[in-house]
Design a protein around this ligand. Structure first.
Ligand SMILES: Cc1cc2nc3c(=O)[nH]c(=O)nc-3n(C[C@H](O)[C@H](O)[C@H](O)COP(=O)(O)OP(=O)(O)OC[C@H]3O[C@@H](n4cnc5c(N)ncnc54)[C@H](O)[C@@H]3O)c2cc1C
Length: 415
């Protein structure tokens, strides 16, 4: 008797599971069906890596796990069993892609095409998997087997993989249905919030970020909640007409609490992270002494972009001043604005444009060795549906791949 496996969602997680089921099953072991809401599978996958698909990150599992925040230890066994080298080998040997390594150990296909990755996966599984697109799963029940109600009738499966994503980038199909189905089975769902997202500034700060829109620089970016620094990250960031974006800001976006009502929340930018406050103050004093006839904004432009120097000078009330008339008090104000520039936040980063979702099905109810539900036998929950989010750099697709491997092994009864 063939095992009937249903996969809800033809995103990265569902497609990878179908790939590994084909790769590891004997031909007659399983009958695999993907039910995908969109007219074509892998819509979000085709957007990954700015259309180039950053498939994984070549770090040892012991280091890689640190990129998954609170879930690192939970995911560690999966990363050890099927890690970046296994993902690369699968892409090269099974899917026929040559891969290349870029900065920070990020791995891409040499062809730089996420669409080609999606197409190759679909072609790879086309003889082993029934991929049914344009079908909306509406509800799931389990009695003897899983009964799945869809917009096009009922389906029955022995095993069910819930891989219908989180709530981020809902225009690609992931609109939170995983949570609805998991809750229906009694699972706890941790509130979804944006991760790897741009951040909107409050009205006052948006004037400043808008004036600097498009300017990028390296900064130390910190989140403050009610006067307490809760996280910080140093890297590239960019000002926009609505607030802040860029890698450092996006990495930190998950640290903005899910409910900020009644809280005072801001992002603090240290625009010269290579120097401490004292070091910059001393260097600034030297500059002022050595160039008495220079405008202060000109001197600051040696450290930060000229447009940023003008904005912070205006905030510090020192616009137009020359070094010779600069007081100690003026200097302290300038140092404060440059090293502790405050960008007020009065709304949460939006899930609409977030790359991944923080939150999802509670890991307490998932078996870390199989990604099977601890509540319902035969049910597996993977990908963004579960409460795991990784930093950028190929971590999120690697998590989908590692989890898909554990699910496959468990369904096939492999040791
Ligand atoms: C712009 C962007 C760039 C990214 N770049 C990278 C990158 O380079 N590297 C990286 O590691 N990660 C990247 N990510 C993150 C990565 O794409 C996701 O973590 C990953 O796609 C999650 O896979 P998933 O299968 O869990 O969910 P999804 O890919 O969202 O797939 C879920 C699927 O389920 C379907 N579905 C939902 N509800 C139903 C239903 N009721 N019935 C039927 N089908 C349903 C959806 O249509 C969708 O196709 C990026 C994300 C974005 C948005």
């Amino acid at each position: 008797m063939k095992k009937k496996v249903g996969i809800i969602g033809g995103g990265a997680s569902g497609l990878f599971t179908a790939c590994l089921l084909k790769n590891l099953a004997s031909r007659n072991d399983v009958e695999v069906t993907i039910l995908e809401k969109n007219p074509v599978p892998g819509k979000k996958l085709t957007l990954t890596g700015h259309g180039r698909c950053n498939i994984t990150n070549r770090k040892p599992a012991s280091e890689l796990k640190n990129g998954y925040h609170e879930a690192g230890n939970f995911l560690y066994p999966a990363l050890k069993e099927f890690g970046p080298d296994d993902t690369i080998a699968f892409f090269e040997n099974e899917l026929g892609f040559k891969t290349k390594e870029e900065d920070n150990n990020r791995i891409f296909p040499v062809c730089d095409s996420a669409v080609k990755v999606r197409d190759a996966i679909v072609s790879y599984i086309s003889d082993s998997t029934d991929i049914i697109c344009g079908i909306n799963v509406l509800g799931i029940k389990k009695e003897n087997d899983f009964e799945v109600s869809t917009s096009k009738g009922k389906y029955n499966f022995d095993y069910l993989v819930l891989a219908c994503g989180g709530s981020s980038f809902p225009q690609t199909g992931s609109a939170g249905d995983s949570y609805k189905f998991a809750k229906g089975f009694g699972h706890t769902v941790i509130q979804a919030q944006a991760a790897l997202a741009s951040v909107n500034a409050d009205e006052r700060s948006a004037k400043l970020t808008g004036n600097l829109s498009g300017v990028s620089l390296t900064a130390n970016v910190s989140v403050y909640c009610n006067d307490r620094k809760t996280a910080s990250f140093c890297g590239e960031m960019m000002f926009t007409d609505f607030g802040l974006t860029g890698p450092a800001v996006m990495e930190l976006s998950r640290e903005i609490p899910g409910d900020i009502s009644g809280m005072s929340v801001w992002i603090e930018l240290d625009l010269i992270p290579s120097l401490s406050d004292e070091e910059f103050d001393l260097a600034f004093q030297d500059l002022i002494r050595d160039h008495p006839d220079s405008k202060i904004t000109t001197l600051l432009s040696g450290y930060i972009p000229a447009s940023v120097a003008l904005e912070v000078a205006s905030l510090a009330g020192i616009s137009g001043l020359y070094a010779q008339s600069f007081t100690r008090e003026n200097r302290k104000k300038a140092v404060r604005e440059i090293k502790h520039l405050k960008i007020g936040i009065d709304q949460l980063p939006s899930l609409e444009k977030a790359y991944v979702t923080r939150g999802g099905v509670s890991l307490k109810e998932i078996d870390r060795k199989t990604f099977g539900s601890k509540l319902i036998s035969g049910l597996y929950i993977t990908g963004e549906a579960v409460d795991i989010d990784g930093v950028s750099g190929g971590y999120n697709l690697q998590a989908c791949m590692s989890e898909a491997y554990l699910v496959t092994k468990d369904i096939l009864g492999l040791k």
